[in-house]
Design a protein around this ligand. Structure first.
Ligand code: PBG
Length: 330
């Protein structure tokens, strides 16, 4: 027999059994890397189900604590909260109301599960009647006026007990303004998860239905970044780290694995990836039709995001993943 027919190196040797495969596996996903996003509605009579996101609910304030307890039992260490206020106005006042929906939800979750890391999204789009992520002046989103409000929101979320605030509005200077405002109010231990490389993405569609936050005119391309640019993402991350971000994030995840990889290589800071609503809904829809095997596809995508270099992942699949792991470890 020739040498070609008898390879000396056989990759298959270490693929032979599950034990050998896991011995040499380079990447893993564990529940302790996952953050579950939760929608909370102020009006208890409003709709709970989200047609575009099967399996995800809008929790009433008095339901959210027991959901957090269940997540804690499943080993999920963190949640990120998004609010649906009962009323909207041009300045998004519900976002920095001490008795606002997310502020109340934070208090409820912290009272029920003090060990749960509570993150809160910092943005105006769910709270403004026009649906933009900032203050609109003369048809434009005014950067600096918006930043002042984002700082105010962050302080009120920290006061309610948030461990981490996550500015997602993509206004310039928002991280620095939030850090300063938090420090001035003695919230120097409140961390900032910066949505640093947040792309103007069509994958946010289901979220905007869930959070009723679609812009009523125009789009978000004047503040969210162009999906075509990689170097610009790295610049945004560098700026946010300079401004005091503790964790930087790339969003969405699956279509931006190259951005995650480049960020991992360039920066030492903790790196998050947000597997957004559209990524979730694509998988759910195909799984419902029986076209893909849901658990396997979810695990493969989460591994891909970790392999690209993310430390932690915000994903709507977090609870399912944790449940599957409990039922059948792998
Ligand atoms: C708020 C915000 C959005 C998402 C997170 N924070 C929506 C948007 O920017 O339109 C999207 C998350 C998702 O799609 O899961 N600005």
């Amino acid at each position: 027999m020739t040498d070609l027919a008898r390879p000396r190196y056989r990759s298959r040797r270490l693929r032979r059994t599950a034990a050998l495969r896991s011995l040499v596996r380079e990447t893993s996903v564990d529940t302790d890397r996952l953050v579950q996003p939760l929608f909370v509605r102020e009006d208890p009579r409003s709709e709970a189900t989200i047609p575009a996101m099967p399996g995800i609910r809008r929790w009433a304030v008095d339901e959210v604590a027991s959901e957090a307890e269940e997540l804690a039992r499943l080993g999920i260490p963190a949640v990120i909260l998004f609010g649906l206020p009962a009323e909207k106005d041009p300045l998004g006042q519900g976002a920095y109301d001490e008795a606002g929906v997310v502020q109340e939800a934070i208090r409820a979750v912290k009272a029920a599960t003090p060990e749960m890391i509570v993150m809160a999204d910092v943005c105006l789009c769910e709270y403004t009647d026009h649906g933009h992520c900032g203050v609109v002046r003369n048809g434009q989103v005014d950067n600096d006026a918006s930043v002042a409000l984002l700082a105010k929101i962050s302080v009120s979320l920290a006061r309610a007990g948030a461990d981490v605030v996550g500015p997602s509005a993509m206004m310039d200077g928002q991280v620095a303004a939030i850090r300063d405002a938090l420090d001035q109010q003695a919230f120097e231990d409140t961390a900032i998860l910066a949505y640093a490389a947040k792309h103007a993405s069509a994958f946010y569609g289901p979220f905007r239905e869930a959070a009723d936050s679609a812009p009523r005119f125009g789009d978000r391309r004047s503040y969210q970044k162009d999906p075509a640019n990689l170097r610009e993402s790295l610049r945004e991350i560098a700026l946010d780290l300079d401004e005091g971000a503790d964790i930087v994030m790339v969003k969405p995840a699956l279509a931006y694995l190259d951005v995650i990889r480049a960020a991992r290589e360039r920066f030492d800071a903790p790196l998050a990836a947000y597997a957004v609503s559209g990524e979730y809904s694509l998988i759910k829809a195909a799984a419902e039709r029986g076209w893909i095997e849901e658990r396997a596809v979810v695990e493969e995508t989460l591994i891909a995001i970790r392999r690209a270099g993310a430390d932690l992942i915000l994903t709507y699949h977090a609870k399912d993943f944790a449940r599957w792991r409990k039922e059948r470890p792998s």
